[in-house]
Design a protein around this ligand. Sequence first.
Ligand code: HEM
Length: 127
Amino acid sequence: MNSQEQTLYYRLGGAEVLRQVVESMYDRILTDPLLKGFFEGVDMDKQRKMQSEFLAAALGGPEKYGGLDLAYAHSGKGITTVHLTAFVGHLLDVLEERGVDENDIQGVISRINTYANDITGASTSDG
Ligand code: HEM
């Protein structure tokens, strides 16, 4: 239920903490040989901002995500489950490093995983 998700957003520390988490996450992603190539030429200030906004909204915060539809933003990039797993792994590492409670980490990861098919295009059937 929604109040559960809001509790998660606030338990993590709200917008400022999520901003820091996203910052550290992309620091790692941009040094990961498997992932960094996807972000070549991407405006990373904007990327961090959109991702922070997206995560805040997805975890039940008051923010409204005003960016592109996720399936549209990731289509045609060749992103596979292997890339997605590595990407989410960096998020997990950052949360663990910050000492976030294990249940809350699982809560974040399972929420993020609901978007997996949008990212990899697994659920689309292009004609
Ligand atoms: C569940 C995991 C993910 C979430 C929640 C997510 C979220 C987002 C968001 C919110 C944007 C911004 C869209 C906009 O500009 O309006 C974005 C863009 C982007 N994402 Fe992801 N993403 C995820 C996984 C990945 C993965 C695994 C990759 C590649 C390995 C990736 C590569 C990109 C790239 C390259 C862009 C920039 C597109 C551009 O500006 O040209 N994302 N993502």
